[in-house]
Design a protein around this ligand. Sequence first.
Ligand SMILES: Cc1ncc(COP(=O)(O)O)c(C=O)c1O
Length: 386
Amino acid sequence: MDSNIIYLDNSATTKPHPEVLQTFIQVNEQYYANPASIHEAGVEANALLIRAREQIAGIIGTESKDVIFTAGGTESNNFAIFGTAQANTHKGKHILTTRIEHPSVLEAIKRLAQEGFEVEYLSVNEAGVISLDKLREKVRTDTILVSIMHVNNEMGAIQPIEEAAAIIHAQSRAIFHVDAVQSFGKIPVRFNDENGPDLITISGHKIHALKGSGALIFRKKLTVAPFIVGGGQEYGLRSGTVAVPQAVALAKAARLAIEAMPEKRLQYEKWSKDLHVFLGNFGRDIHLLSSEIGAAHIVSFSVNGLKGEVLINALQKHGIIVSTSSACSSKQTTTSHVIEALNVIPSFKKGVLRLSFGAYTTDAHIQRFKKVFTVIMHDLKGENKE
Ligand SMILES: Cc1ncc(COP(=O)(O)O)c(C=O)c1O
């Protein structure tokens, strides 16, 4: 990608940090032995793996044995859902989730519904947030799994995870899974001693690590069936030779993200505020999907009567990269399930844009976006409208 490009699509993926890439290369070059081997080189590779596990466990607040490395968010979500369902059918077959989860949660749960599990979906309000009262109503003694994302990838809504955990744990023996792919490294994600999530999903490529890296992290050992069977690696839960360079790079990126978080949060909040005011000034032409109480690194809105693709192409001509609601749904012609769940009025459904910030976003990028977007709106209003 041209280095002059203004990249505002960090929720789709991020540019790996140079120091993370360097770690990845160094581990590949010097510690490529299999960490399960008993020779000295294997023991050295395993020592690096143990350190990476400890670092991530320390950040999330659990023990290193409870960190299982995976190939990313999708795998971790599939693992959490299928693993929990398979191991807990004796307790019940009731599963709860929300209407706005990532497809890697929704599609997995859909498959369980086809296999005979009873699935219920929590709706969200206009701000994209679930109702805790509704959750209280729906959690049953035979609920075995509740899966609620922390930050929504399309419009940044933050769910009340701690409060939800308290309800779930008080009313059931269900395992509470949280997809924290969009929150980890941006806002605090931790297990809480008594009341918190039981399983947390994280993904490397959203925090300037490598694609194909992630983890499923357990609050404490739970009854979850192995996801990939074979040689019994990762405490028997996820077989396959562990990708030590990816794991070490993930731990490094996680450490860097956590160290930078206080400063980045302030920056993101400033830009989010600025952009919400800026977009608000377009009046009835723009409907804001994100809000200032959501995650500050995602700003999402829709333009009346225009198509997201038209806006993306116009911005791209000026060297600015953004996306429609999400990378996953942007190639689909149907309206995203999140936009449907938010009850957006029809003339606003197609013109959704998402801006998402990362470690390399600058003040100048935001100012440039505002300038270019003003020109584009001026040009597109009128005859180019659908
Ligand atoms: C909320 C959420 N969950 C899960 C995923 C999937 O993660 P991965 O791309 O690492 O498979 C994504 C990716 O966009 C996401 O935004």
